[in-house]
Ligand binder design. Structure first.
Ligand SMILES: Nc1ncnc2c1ncn2[C@@H]1O[C@H](COP(=O)(O)OP(=O)(O)OP(=O)(O)O)[C@@H](O)[C@H]1O
Ligand SMILES: [Mg+2]
Length: 371
């Protein structure tokens, strides 16, 4: 009987997926022993069996240890034919085993996973010409919306000087470093990476060389992303270098231009979009932010009118393909207040999409982007 139980437990454990690596814990070599020892007692007609599972984790004290242990417990206790009492013996992998595992994973993944043919990941780079128009707020809320809609979502803070995604997502976590392979930090259902998550020597490495290009490449190749449905990039303001780096590293990336309504923002936004004449990158659409402030049912156009439409029309004309205005977002104090509090304003506390007009607008933008 113990053989049957041990095999059955192994089968169940093979369906437990490591939340960071996205692979089964048995395939990852984390289960190094299963031993079933029956007790001489019966409980409500079922025999009681002690089951010891020996687990080797990749790194000790990894933030997801408890999640994995809970799942192992569940896999053992859900055995139907006997009452299994789990004993989970946790250790960490030897350095040589870990090196082997990381090498296997790296070999399987090759360099930058987003350039391999047939990749399903849709990539949207959020750009603007002018600073401060709300790119980061849009990126954070759009990413949170995608996650709430059930897409496996990742976001890269590509603004290495003015990074803001960790604060907008309220996370102080650091990426786990698995022998040179970094695990993104998950917050509000989104896998995130930002230079703001690195301190000391790690940050110094990212800052060496032609910084922008290099840190983007490192974020793409040294971070274990799995195969997300959507990857968003929050770009630094400006009209040139950044988008060119993105186009080189991510040929499938589509540009989304954020502008505010006034001409001083929309003129530069057009120039940001026209980068697509120099590099093979599609401009997917325009989002107008801070379009109006609603006061007593009246829409006050604080920053003027028409910026989003102007950018959409001009880019459609110059790029000779449709560059639609995907949405217009109101000026709402909650966007800033929740942003400062580290929670995307489009989400409820439990991570579901809020029932608000703003969340509905983000949902509509997300749906258009995925078409
Ligand atoms: N729709 C909005 N309603 C109210 N406040 C907003 C809105 N969008 C953005 N903000 C606020 O405006 C400020 C600038 O926004 P954000 O940082 O997202 O812009 P950005 O384009 O990323 O800036 P940068 O160019 O510096 O990267 C922030 O304080 C943010 O909270
Ligand atoms: Mg920003």
């Amino acid at each position: 009987m113990t053989d049957v139980i041990e095999r059955n437990v192994h089968d169940r454990l093979s369906r437990v997926i490591d939340p960071e690596l996205g692979k089964s814990i048995t395939d990852l070599g984390m289960i190094v022993g299963i031993e079933a020892v029956p007790r001489d007692v019966i409980d409500s007609g079922r025999s009681i069996v002690d089951v010891t599972v020996k687990v080797e984790l990749t790194v000790e004290g990894c933030p997801l240890t408890q999640t994995i242990i809970d799942k192992i417990n569940e896999a053992v206790t859900s055995y139907p034919a006997a009452k299994l009492v789990p004993h989970i013996d946790v250790a960490s992998m030897s350095q040589s085993k870990l090196t082997g595992l990381v090498n296997d994973l790296k070999a399987e993944r090759k360099q930058n996973p987003f350039t391999k043919p047939g990749t399903k990941t849709r990539i949207f780079a959020i750009a603007s010409g002018k600073g401060g128009v709300g790119k980061s707020s849009v990126t954070a809320n759009l990413a949170a919306t995608f996650a709430a809609l059930g897409y496996d979502t990742a976001a890269i803070d590509a603004d290495i000087y003015g990074f803001s995604l960790p604060a907008l997502f309220g996370t102080h976590d650091h990426p786990t470093n698995l022998n040179g392979m970094l695990m993104p930090v998950t917050s509000w259902g989104v896998k995130l990476i930002s230079i703001g998550m690195f301190a000391g020597a790690d940050r110094a490495i990212l800052w060496r060389g032609p910084r922008l290009q290099r840190s983007l490449e490192q974020f793409l190749s040294d971070v274990w992303w799995g195969e997300p449905d959507v990857l968003l990039l929050d770009l630094a303001p400006g009209t040139g270098d950044m988008a060119i780096s993105v186009a080189q590293a991510l040929p499938n990336a589509e540009l989304v231009v954020v502008t505010t309504p006034q001409p001083s923002a929309s003129d530069v936004a057009v120039r940001a979009g026209l980068v697509a004449l120099q590099v093979p990158m599609k401009v997917r659409g325009v989002i107008e932010n801070m379009s109006y402030y609603e006061h007593n049912g009246e829409k006050l156009r604080i920053f003027g009118e028409g910026g989003g439409r102007r950018v959409s029309e001009q880019l459609t004309k110059d790029l000779k393909h449709d560059v639609p205005l995907l949405g217009t977002l109101p000026l709402e104090p909650e966007v800033r207040i929740d942003g400062e509090a580290g929670r995307p304003v489009v989400l409820n506390d439990d991570g579901t999409l809020a029932d608000t007009p703003l969340a509905a607008e983000f949902k509509s933008i997300a749906e258009q982007l995925m078409k």
